[in-house]
Design a protein around this ligand. Structure first.
Ligand SMILES: O=C(O)CCC(=O)C(=O)O
Ligand SMILES: [Fe+2]
Length: 364
């Protein structure tokens, strides 16, 4: 079952951040100003970019036994300790990556009236606007999004694309096909890293759902007061994130209570573990909270693909990964229901995973 819109929701007036940027004001409207505790504290963020693991996919795909084993160990550590890594030598043509970026920027640079022909309704992540806004008093992110729920039949959703010239359809089709291949291959290596059969996820997921979201963060006069994208974990199994060339550094992940920026590596893709893998592995690999911050001078683009099981699939921790010392932490549930829960709640750290958590009963 695919996520369905919920109505009616009163979200109040939502300023378009690109239009605010064009107006060149030195301040930001109150609805974007975070309460003290939620402000990004840009000055105190650590910068150890080299800490975030880098996985060389070529070692896994064609590396020979020794290199394969060594890279699998790196992957295990990356998933266990970080939940995030950057993948290099992923085999995706740089043109495929640059095409989608170009196309996304062309879209965001269209006049507002054009973009608003594809409005994002509350409770869906489809079209242009601000997702995850559900009340009039909710603070807004300094971000514009354009999202396409691609599922397996993504052509259907391409009609959303303005003008839809063949090159646009082609770029997004190529991109999605390549990212799907990458996700399948990463899922198989993740299975191996857990000591499982390499096809276990592929067999379990059915026809995997894929959605792409393009996030555009215009430069902001007060990056210290606003959030580009609120802290959250992803509801997917795996997320593939492309940071736009020449964009400002904006993605940060929460590690040991500190926000660590992810420095873009040219042509690398950022991968992160989503809630679904956390559930399947009974918490061995965790989805990690992340957020985006803005920059005073530079804008930023990210293109994000969420890869998840088919909506009909029932999920829960895998028996192979549980034992007496590691009893079940999550209940079984239908993945479509989880997705619906995810898109109909505001982004708030790892709160959405509460949906699946089992809280041990006090025994009497
Ligand atoms: O723009 C980014 O780097 C973060 C995007 C993200 O986390 C998301 O779209 O889920
Ligand atoms: Fe995310």
């Amino acid at each position: 079952m695919a996520p369905t819109p919920i109505f009616p929701v009163k979200v109040g007036h939502i300023d378009d951040v690109q239009e605010l940027r064009k107006a060149k004001q030195s301040n930001v409207p109150q609805r974007f100003v975070r309460d003290m505790a939620e402000r990004p504290e840009l000055a105190t963020t650590v910068t150890h970019p080299s800490d975030i693991p880098v996985i060389d996919l070529s070692n896994l795909v064609k590396g020979g036994k020794a290199r394969f084993q060594a890279e699998i160990l790196k992957l295990t550590a990356a998933c266990e300790e970080w939940g995030f890594f950057q993948v290099i030598n992923h085999g995706i043509d740089v043109e495929v990556l640059s095409d989608i970026e170009k196309m996304a920027m062309e879209f965001f640079m269209l006049p507002l009236e054009e973009k608003q022909k594809y409005p994002m309704a509350p409770g869906t992540v489809q079209g242009y606007g601000q997702a995850f806004v559900f009340s009039e008093d909710q603070k807004l992110d300094w971000c514009n999004m354009f999202a396409l729920g691609l599922e397996p039949h993504y052509m259907r959703n391409l009609s959303l694309w303005p003008k839809n010239p063949p090159t646009f359809s082609e770029s997004i089709e190529n991109y999605s096909r390549e990212i799907r291949k990458l996700c399948k291959s990463l899922m198989s290596f993740i299975a191996v890293s857990l000591g499982l059969n390499k096809d276990v996820f592929e067999d379990m997921f059915g026809v995997a759902v894929q959605a792409v979201r393009m996030n555009y963060y215009p430069a902001c006069p007060r990056p210290d007061l606003v959030m580009g994208l609120s802290p959250h974990s992803d509801g997917s199994a795996l997320t593939v994130l492309q940071q736009g060339k020449g964009s400002s550094v904006g993605l940060q992940i929460l590690k040991n209570n500190t926000w660590v920026p992810v420095q873009p590596i040219p042509n690398a893709l950022v991968i992160n573990i989503g809630d679904t893998i956390e559930v399947l592995t009974n918490g061995r690999y965790k989805s990690v909270e992340h957020r985006a911050v803005t920059n005073k001078e530079k804008d930023r683009l990210s293109i994000v693909t969420f890869y998840a099981p088919s909506y009909d699939i029932e999920l829960g921790p895998m028996p192979e990964l549980m034992d007496e010392k590691n009893p079940t932490k999550f209940r079984r549930y239908n993945h479509g229901e989880y997705s619906k829960h995810y898109v109909t709640n505001k982004l708030q750290g790892k709160k959405t995973l509460e949906f699946a958590k089992i809280h041990p009963q006090a025994s009497f």
